[in-house]
Design a protein around this ligand. Structure first.
Ligand SMILES: [Zn+2]
Length: 281
């Protein structure tokens, strides 16, 4: 028999409360487990210096990489989802939205802005994965359409940075309609002969890959990003076969012809700028 016995069974420290390093000082890479100072990590574009792991970052971070001197005008910042179906699962959808807003300081799973990249105008939309998994709500679809209108009005190239789990199930068919709606608006952009660059980052799945994310004039991706429609487990169960190594990674997709090139985050700004100079400006 043990010397000490817990009086109350099932008392444990939640994993979120177990912190290996004091927050705000160090960054621990989830891939190679090496430590870097947070400052150094940010200076290196949120990419691990040891193993090149591209950490998941949000719209504010990408805006700071893309726009000159981090200057940009955010549009439709306050546009957010309603609850068209008064949906409830374990929680009310309306409460989930409020929680996500408080947790992330974003009002939706996408932020849209325009500004300059190396002195040339560009319209940019970036998805926020921390907001309900970057899922596509009717507000996300609407914001994409509105930034396309901005791109047309300004005759400026469009960049969409995807990071999404797919459709937002709490909006059911309202979410699915955004696939057709955003694709239709991209056709308008194409008719104006304005280039659209789609950057796929880790992870991009479901409704995003089934619509705007794969409709770029060029589709590019960050290294080692997971990109697909359905997850590997579902595919494995459907086809009843083992999947090849690196399946659904950006390098695999590049080899199979789904991507035009893979871009390291430190070269992102220069590569996009080079591309729009080559084909447009
Ligand atoms: Zn690492």
């Amino acid at each position: 028999m043990g010397w000490f016995k817990r009086k109350i069974q099932g008392v444990f420290t939640e994993s979120k409360d177990k912190k290996d390093v004091p927050q705000g000082l160090w960054y621990k890479c989830p891939q190679c487990k090496q430590l870097t100072t947070k400052e150094e990590h940010i200076q290196n574009y949120w990419v691990c210096r040891h193993c090149d792991y591209h950490a998941r970052i949000n719209s504010e971070n990408y805006f700071s990489i893309i726009f000159d001197n981090n200057k940009y005008i955010e549009v439709n910042k306050n546009l957010k989802s309603l609850d068209p179906l008064t949906f409830k699962d374990t929680k009310k959808y309306i409460d989930r939205l409020k929680e996500a807003e408080l947790k992330t300081s974003f009002k939706e799973a996408i932020s849209t802005a325009h500004g300059e990249i190396n002195g040339q105008t560009i319209a940019v939309a970036v998805m926020n994965f921390e907001f309900i998994g970057g899922s596509i709500s009717s507000a996300v679809g609407e914001k994409i359409c509105r930034i396309i209108k901005v791109a047309i009005k300004k005759q400026a190239p469009l960049l969409i940075i995807s990071k999404s789990g797919g459709a937002r199930m709490m909006e059911a068919a309202f979410s699915l309609m955004q696939l057709a709606k955003t694709s239709g608006y991209l056709t308008l952009l194409s008719k104006e002969k304005i280039p659209y660059i789609s950057l796929l980052t880790d992870p991009t799945f479901g409704g995003a890959t089934a619509s705007f994310s794969m409709l770029g004039d060029i589709n590019i991706a960050e290294p080692n990003a997971l990109i697909g429609f359905a997850g590997p487990r579902v595919i494995k169960e459907t086809i009843g076969k083992d999947l090849p190594d690196g399946f659904q990674k950006s390098e695999f997709l590049l080899e199979k012809g789904f991507l035009d090139f893979i871009v390291h985050r430190k070269n992102l700004k220069s590569q996009i700028s080079k591309f729009i100079n080559m084909v447009y400006y």
